[in-house]
Design a protein around this ligand. Structure first.
Ligand code: CAA
Length: 258
């Protein structure tokens, strides 16, 4: 495993558990965190023994945002010239699923990073927000778009304009998170959920992820056509034959990933 400074990476069977680890800055996302996250996720995506990742932080903070101290002195030319935060597109390019396990603060870039994952499990102490307006800026890692799609315009607009935080209950009610889990069980439950996903046929996992994502980028008619074509494509896999035979023969399927 490479010598990461700002994240911890461990393999729990078929699950890669990535823990943001800058406790002194409440896991604020600086460029080193981004570089290490990209490296860890690209390694995970390329490793055949790994089927799903879990991304988590500490009990106090998933991440309290982009690193304000790193950005403070930057000007337009540097921001625009280097396409600051453009690297985060490499996280959403991961083809295997990533489950966010969020406890404590998920603010600004922290909320945006959680929303880049495929779904969010929230601890009962989780708090989500886009407080950038208080710094006289705005979300910059996709928050205005993903939050609006996740919770609708009214709540997204209120949160972006006031910086108000949403607690776990409201986040679940609004569709931002899939489930609330007691804080003490969060990581174990996320790893259990990720292990279930990693136990599915790998090509079907990728196809399911890709088609749900398409719902956010296409019209309904295009999305349905895309889904159907991928569904048809899965009938060209060995694992589809095995999965359906295993059902008929009342036994668990054994996947080859082909
Ligand atoms: N960047 C850099 N450092 C941060 C940080 C951030 N986003 N958030 C917290 N820290 C640092 C604090 O400066 C502090 O460091 P020092 O001990 O050296 O002073 C340390 O982490 C602990 O933080 P606090 O003392 O503030 O802890 P608290 O419990 O009193 O408050 C908090 C917690 C409410 C989360 C508060 O830290 C806070 O408001 N943080 C900033 C939240 C924010 O504005 N996030 C958006 C950032 S901009 C962004 O993300 C842009 C984008 O869209 C991509």
């Amino acid at each position: 495993m490479p010598d990461y400074q700002t994240i911890l990476v461990e393999q729990r069977g078929p699950v890669t558990l990535i823990t943001l680890n800058r406790p002194q800055a409440l896991n604020a996302l600086n460029s080193q965190v981004l570089a290490e996250l990209i490296a860890a996720l690209e390694a995970f995506d390329a490793e055949d023994t790994q089927g799903c990742a879990v991304l988590t932080g500490s009990e106090k903070a998933f991440a309290a945002g982009a690193d304000i101290k790193e950005m403070q002195a930057m000007g337009f030319a540097e921001m625009y010239g280097t396409n600051h935060f453009g690297g985060y597109d490499r996280i959403t390019a991961t083809r295997k699923p990533i489950v966010a396990a969020v406890a404590g603060y998920a603010l600004g870039g922290g909320c945006e990073l959680a929303m880049m994952c495929d779904f969010i499990l929230a601890a009962d102490n989780a708090k989500f927000g886009q407080p950038e307006i208080k710094l006289a800026v705005s979300p910059g890692m996709g928050g205005s778009q993903r939050l609006a799609r996740a919770v609708g315009k009214a709540k997204a607009m209120e949160m972006c304009l006031t910086g108000r935080m949403m607690d776990a209950e409201e986040a679940e009610r609004s569709g931002l998170v899939s489930r609330i889990v007691p804080l003490a069980d969060l990581v174990e439950e996320a790893v259990r959920t990720a292990t279930t996903i990693a136990g599915m046929a790998p090509l079907a996992v990728k196809a399911n992820k890709e088609m749900v994502d398409a719902a956010y980028e296409t019209t309904l008619a295009q999305g349905i056509r895309f889904e159907r074509r991928l569904f048809h494509g899965l009938f060209g896999t060995e694992d589809q034959k095995e999965g359906m035979a295993a059902f008929v023969e009342k036994r668990p399927g054994k996947w080859t990933g082909k």
